[in-house]
Design a protein around this ligand. Structure first.
Ligand code: FES
Length: 123
């Protein structure tokens, strides 16, 4: 099974997390299973850009970016050549290294206010 390394699963400075993914599963689904903080304001319905991630390794193994994904990506911040929407990028046979964008981490905290409170108490 291919592996996904989330470089910053719980925000900046968090230790990388390596998880096994199923072929055909989205990066977002894999993130949710291991509790990596990938935002998903629209529930994976290709209507926001909060699942924006950088695929640093294995990008070419993912399917082509559809026009609609490109359209939604236009809403994202700091888009790079390795940008993908986590809900649309499906794992193939290659291992991936994924960095969760600041935008996506912020969105995840917005979606999980209890975790945001814990974080603020810890600071
Ligand atoms: S979760 Fe909204 S586009 Fe991916």
């Amino acid at each position: 099974m291919p592996k996904i390394t989330f470089k910053n699963p719980h925000g900046k400075g968090s230790l990388p997390m390596v998880v096994e993914a199923k072929r055909g599963e989205s990066i977002l689904d894999a993130a949710e299973e291991c509790h990596a903080r990938v935002g998903h304001a629209c529930g994976g319905n290709l209507a926001c850009s909060t699942c924006h991630v950088y695929v640093e390794q294995g990008l070419d193994s993912l399917g082509e970016i559809a026009d609609k994904e490109n359209d939604i990506m236009d809403k994202a911040f700091d888009v790079r050549p390795e940008s993908r929407l986590g809900c649309q990028a499906k794992v193939a046979d290659e291992d991936l290294i994924v960095e969760i964008t600041d935008e996506s981490l912020r969105a995840w905290l917005d979606e999980n206010p209890e975790e945001r409170k814990k974080l603020q108490k810890a600071l």
